[in-house]
Ligand binder design. Structure first.
Ligand code: GLU
Length: 492
């Protein structure tokens, strides 16, 4: 048997470090067994998936050196590798499940579903909706069918008993069937859900081992049942521990930058990031901290993964990155790293329109535009002294902006202006006054290039990291204050 693993990201946002982490382990597992590693794009959520996000995921994984053998860009014998191009395949398999009686058409309206859930809640029953709960009287079902009502295709699930799933790392996992609902497989627009598309594709693409985050454990019973219904062998499952913040909460962009773009922009070296991700819950047989991707692949043994939540610690990553710069990069390599990072034509060209109108000599460029070539600015509370606002007000403005920016999917000047305008109106401040503290947080000084352009060029993660940094130097937000702010923010 040839081992085949895959990474199956959904292109719905920034390229996440968690995706790179899972990709790394799938790649190492495949290589350690002389197998193949596949990249599949799971873009069935048409509203949230974007081509830009897909491109960023591909670029980030490439940057980290996590190369795939088959994928939407390189092709391969099992394509297409983008789920949005495989609609006919899923329809065919949904039809097979309907024909074999393992799935059913559900004509329930969303109001009826809400009612069903409410009544189950009131009766203190499990929230899972079972086929029997959803069934309509035969004549009503026939009427809705004849009148062409919209429907979804759902899978049958047992109402009682225990589902037993095997996991390479966790051993036997047991889930009560009572908790598993009659999962939707095909939505009313004919698009598949994650569950159907994922199982069908893993089978058709010959995937033998599925290494994925532990957040997918709850999906395993449904998947196992689908494999049974289709009569297919199931890949071996392995649910990896989730990355955590130093306070042990799930790694989230609210506390730590989670986008690979941020680490790239911050000037981390790809080999150091990949090495650090390899240390997440895994160690080399000799426990050394620094190792290359090739070394990791050569020594990889999935049973060395420990399940205690690995902590993604920015300080440790920064230390390791420094070791790489000092030990591995000679002058030529360091020069190349600087070029790859920011001293290249593509990036510098974006900055030219910002500096041209504002300098008389070239030597003024760096002092003016240095913030385009740095990480978090060296600011403190006194840096904000030119802004005539109370500390609480400053923090509130910066915090509200961070929260609004978390929801921005199209990162360009226009969208950013819309956010700033909206908040300016909320605070009853003119644009200039609202932007004053933002300016300092982003550029590190009270006079510099345009702050709106700077945010657009720096990208969402660096922008948010700088705003969060400014909040910290202003004393941070206490838990109590955060609650109050969140409430006001929600009412916006
Ligand atoms: N599309 C899923 C994700 O975004 C894939 C989960 C899996 O690996 O099964 O992570």
């Amino acid at each position: 048997m040839t081992v085949r693993t895959r990474i199956a990201p959904s292109p719905t946002g920034d390229p996440h470090v968690g995706t790179a982490y899972i990709a790394l382990f799938n790649l190492c597992f495949a290589r350690a067994h002389g197998g193949q590693f596949i990249l599949r794009i799971e873009d069935t959520d048409r509203e949230r998936s974007t081509a830009e996000s897909e491109q960023m995921i591909l670029d980030s994984l490439c940057w980290l050196g996590l190369d795939w053998d088959e994928g939407p860009d390189v092709g391969g014998p099992h394509g297409p590798y983008r789920q949005s191009e495989r609609g006919d395949i899923y329809a065919e398999y949904a039809r097979k499940l309907l024909d074999s009686g393992h799935a059913f058409k559900c004509y329930r309206t969303s109001e009826e579903l809400d009612e069903l859930r409410e009544s189950r809640k009131a009766a203190g029953q499990h929230m899972a909706l079972k086929p029997a709960d959803l069934a309509l009287p035969a004549e009503e079902q026939a009427r809705r069918e004849a009148e062409g009502w919209p429907y979804v295709v759902r899978m049958h699930v047992p109402s009682e008993g225990t589902c037993v799933v095997e996991d390479m790392l966790r051993g036997t996992i047991e889930v009560e069937w009572a908790q598993v609902d009659a999962q939707i497989l095909l939505k009313s627009d004919g698009m598949p859900t994650y569950h159907l598309a994922n199982v069908v594709d893993d089978h058709l693409m010959g995937i033998t081992h599925v290494l994925r985050g532990e957040e997918w454990i709850n999906s395993a019973p449904k998947h196992q049942l689908l494999y049974e219904y289709f009569g297919w062998p199931m890949p071996t499952l392995c649910h990896m521990p989730l990355l955590r913040n130093p306070d042990k909460s799930k790694l989230s962009k609210r506390k730590n930058p989670t986008s690979i773009n941020y680490y790239r922009r911050m000037g981390f070296l790809p080999q150091a990031v990949t090495n650090y991700l390899g240390r997440m819950g895994w160690s080399m047989p000799d426990e050394r901290e620094k190792f290359s991707l090739d070394e990791m692949m050569a020594h990889f043994d999935v049973h060395r993964v420990s399940l205690g939540g690995p902590v993604f610690d920015l300080e440790k990553l920064t230390w390791l990155n420094g070791v790489y710069i000092r030990e591995d990069l000679d002058d030529t390599a360091l020069l190349q790293a600087l070029r790859d990072w920011a001293f290249n034509e593509d990036y510098v060209r974006q900055i030219l329109p910002q500096v041209r109108p504002r300098v008389d000599t070239l030597s003024q460029v760096m002092p003016l535009a240095g913030h385009f070539f740095s990480g978090l600015p060296a600011i403190n509370e006194a840096s904000f002294s030119s802004v005539k606002m109370e500390r609480d007000e400053l923090v509130k403005i910066l915090q509200f902006l961070v929260w609004r920016l978390e929801g921005v999917t199209r990162w360009d000047k226009e969208s950013l202006l819309a956010e700033v305008k909206l908040l300016g109106e909320h605070f009853e401040l003119k644009m200039k006054a609202f932007l004053a503290p933002v300016f300092i947080a982003i550029t590190g000084s009270a006079t510099s290039t345009s702050v709106m352009d700077a945010m657009a060029i720096l990208g969402s993660d660096m922008t948010r990291a700088r705003l969060r940094h400014a909040i910290e130097v202003l004393g941070g937000v206490s838990k109590k204050q955060a609650k109050r702010l969140e409430k006001e923010f929600r009412e916006l």
